[in-house]
Write a protein that binds this ligand. Structure first.
Ligand code: PFF
Length: 455
């Protein structure tokens, strides 16, 4: 029930929630994906559009997910059922849980690569070549155990429950992440020739903005903030009524955006200092190029190891939130215990990730023999369907559900609890216009644009 929260676990403190939710948002999306998408889309101009998307689309939508979660005190399926019982809208909650399972399956594989590169940095300083990455990811005896190890670490965090597990870990891990990033940034911007990288990254050339750049920026913003699959509904469900959702949500968006921008500051100055073409890296950018770049610097192998420790930490806290969405569904909606849910879901998603782990050269068929909607390779197909189409579809449907079915009045009332006079009058009205009209419309454009572009 919405008001009796005594039996549901809750975050121990605001800072605990903010750090855990920021931990969900900050992940491979910020550090691995953001730099190469920025590079491919023209640098500074992309960053400006990305920031506009965060502020105008993602932030209003994020508040709606948090409000849905806290109001229902449930997982995405339970949240929708609590508001509209026995309707097809329940399927939207189901889509969230399913998306969580599938994203988790291949996200864990990339997280395993990051884990492997921590040790790789010490083993072969200075001899890194871009072909090393290809052979590294093609070896099943490397990538599968690494993915298994990463899943076990994730399971052990989620197993501890909300306060003992996720919150305790996030409190320790997030500040470490921030400090590590500052160290790498300092290294990167003090390299000779790094100025060109700063120029590319921070000086926008607005003539580069086109439909593609716009779509890429919007998609990146959703993925990065963990929106569209109920992660923020689930995390919001552990918040007490006295909590100011707007301030907490605002902090989460601020931290996520800051870390993404910092990731760019780590990578672009170093890349330009090494005289590399930033647009040529693609998804392999950080794995192929950075260790090589770092290896030629003083303390290079150390910096490289630090960087991949940091990436693994960021991936872990995001993995935790993905697993938590699915686990909270089984804990709330079935008779399964938390322990049983964590082990079964974790084990199952690890097995489901095996084809993704083998799809980077381990199996020729999975690597280049399968294609769908013009996307080739099992791994890329999974990322396209679940990390792309499904998130956009989920966000579109949840914003319509929150704005039109639940209603902006109810959502607003939920947001007002705990926020004092902060969210009344004009501010609240402007927000409801964004939720009801602007968010669904823009998300629909992203969704249709993405599907049309890929088919
Ligand atoms: N936001 C995470 C990242 O940037 O890596 C990815 C993610 C986590 C997406 C959780 C969706 C989600 F529910």
């Amino acid at each position: 029930m919405a008001t009796t929260t005594a039996e549901r676990e809750q975050w121990g403190s605001r800072i605990g929630f903010v750090l855990a939710a920021a931990g969900s948002a900050i992940g491979l999306g910020n550090i691995w994906r953001f730099p190469y998408v920025t590079a491919e889309n023209g640098g500074g101009a992309f960053v400006v559009v990305y920031l506009a998307c965060i502020l105008l689309i993602c932030l209003p939508y994020l508040f709606a997910e948090l409000a849905l979660g806290r109001n229902s005190q449930k997982n995405p399926v339970g949240a929708i059922t609590a508001i509209k019982k026995g309707t097809p809208w329940t399927l939207v909650g189901g889509l969230c849980v399913l998306t969580g399972v599938f994203i988790l399956s291949y996200y864990g594989v990339v997280a395993g690569w990051a884990l492997g590169y921590i040790f790789k940095a010490f083993v072969a300083p200075g001899v890194e070549s871009s072909t090393y990455f290809a052979s590294f990811v093609a070896d099943p005896w490397t990538v599968i155990p690494l993915a298994a190890l990463f899943m076990l670490i994730t399971i052990s965090v989620v197993y501890g429950g909300v306060e003992q597990g996720i919150e305790r870990w996030a409190k320790v891990l997030m500040p470490i992440l921030l400090v590590l990033m500052l160290v790498v940034i300092f290294r990167s911007v003090t390299l000779p020739g790094s100025g060109a990288g700063l120029e590319f990254y921070l000086n926008p050339d607005f003539s580069k903005i086109d439909g593609e750049v716009l779509l890429a920026a919007l998609g990146q913003a959703f993925f990065s903030l963990s929106l569209g699959m109920g992660a923020m509904i689930t995390y919001g469900s552990y918040l007490p009524k006295r909590e100011n959702l707007l301030v907490s949500g605002g902090y989460v968006a601020l931290f996520d955006t800051t870390i993404a921008l910092m990731a760019g500051l780590m990578i672009f100055p170093a890349l330009f200092a090494m005289g590399r073409d930033p647009g040529a890296g693609g998804p392999a950018l950080i794995f192929e190029v950075l260790p090589e770049v770092f290896a030629t610097m003083p303390l290079g192998s150390f910096i490289s190891a630090v960087f991949f420790v940091l990436l693994s930490i960021a991936a872990l806290t995001s993995m935790v939130s993905l697993l938590e969405v699915v686990v909270s569904y089984f804990v709330d909606e079935t008779t399964w215990s938390r322990a049983k849910s964590v082990w079964l879901v974790g084990g199952f998603t690890f097995l489901m990730g095996l084809p993704s782990a083998l799809a980077q050269g381990g199996s020729t068929y999975l690597t280049e023999g399968v294609s769908l909607f013009g996307v080739t390779g099992f791994f890329s197909i999974m990322d396209y369907i679940w990390g792309n189409v499904s998130l956009a579809l989920g966000a579109l449907l949840i914003s319509i559900f929150a704005g039109w079915v639940w209603g902006t009045g109810n959502a607003m009332e939920e947001l007002q609890q705990g926020s004092g006079d902060f969210f009344t009058g004009t501010t609240a009205r402007i927000w409801s216009i964004f939720l009801k009209y602007i968010c669904p419309l823009v998300i629909a454009i992203i969704f249709v644009g993405k599907v049309m572009r890929e088919i």
